[in-house]
Design a protein around this ligand. Sequence first.
Ligand SMILES: NC(=O)c1ccc[n+]([C@@H]2O[C@H](COP(=O)([O-])OP(=O)(O)OC[C@H]3O[C@@H](n4cnc5c(N)ncnc54)[C@H](O)[C@@H]3O)[C@@H](O)[C@H]2O)c1
Length: 318
Amino acid sequence: MRVAVIGAGAIARPHVAAWTSLGAHVRIHSSHGASALARAYGGTAVDTLEECLDGVEVVDVCTPTPTHAPIVLAAAARRLHVVCEKPLALDHRTAAGLIDACRDAGVRLFPGHVVRYFPAYAAAHRLVTEQGTVGRVAVTRLSRTTMTPSAPWLTDPARSGGVLVDQMIHDFDFARWIAGPVVDVFARLTGGPPWTGHALLRHESGALTQVTGQWGRPGTAFRTSFAIRGSSGGLDHDSRDTAPLRWEPEPPADALLPAFDATGSPFRAELADFVTALRTGAPARVTPEDSLAALDVALAAVRSVRENRPVDPKEVAA
Ligand SMILES: NC(=O)c1ccc[n+]([C@@H]2O[C@H](COP(=O)([O-])OP(=O)(O)OC[C@H]3O[C@@H](n4cnc5c(N)ncnc54)[C@H](O)[C@@H]3O)[C@@H](O)[C@H]2O)c1
């Protein structure tokens, strides 16, 4: 497979490494850093977007969020399949427009919600939604702590959406994956900088999800956790633990330990899933509509902070 990776910053690194390990021929175009990235992880750096898109099958968009739309549209106009980092865009209309443009061009659009490919999150989804391990989901708590990003565009809410959109969209997507559609979001933002976002989601099912997302000080260690509680049990995960999942109160007698490869890169698993979906025509684990719905929850959180009230994600889609 011939792939064009656009951008050569933080997230392009694991993408290029994953594509290379999958045996893809990678071409990289970026306003900065393409040659260094190609030297470190493989691929060939090229100077222009046009040259990069020439003759490839897939375009992988790893540039700042405000630049996603023109690059995705250029790819769709050339009938090229698209992988696009989350969030697709900073507003509903633009993101929906990208989904429409890819569909109209007859190409696939794969949004990069890599959390669905982290082993503990993938296993929890399987156990909760396919095997009914915890019964009916009642309450989920999700937390994510990362360093405040160093790129200036990321700490500018006008260009990244801030922590509520850029970082917490990961857990908003996971919350929907576990507990279904969201009816409203009540959010708060504390600190500043470093920022911490807090959001309470009410799901159509009656379940509640509490999400905390922190952009910590320089040197803050990456840490994620979840606790899922249902009518007949629960599951816990903390990235600091050596065990990927803990059962609450104890595993059901017939429970199988989740089988997963805890050593592989989730980015490799994500891109491999997209390649399989492309080859078979089957849906990928995350769809463009999932990505749009997660964006709507994030935008509802932003509006909730601004207006100090619960916000229905449908309001930001209007
Ligand atoms: N899935 C994840 O876990 C995850 C993590 C970090 C970032 N992201 C997302 O990935 C995207 C990129 O974030 P990042 O942290 O890598 O940013 P970054 O600032 O580290 O890197 C952006 C790169 O794009 C290049 N670039 C900027 N504008 C360009 C343009 N018009 N054409 C070509 N190249 C251009 C820059 O030179 C830089 O190499 C964002 O949408 C972000 O939200 C996702």
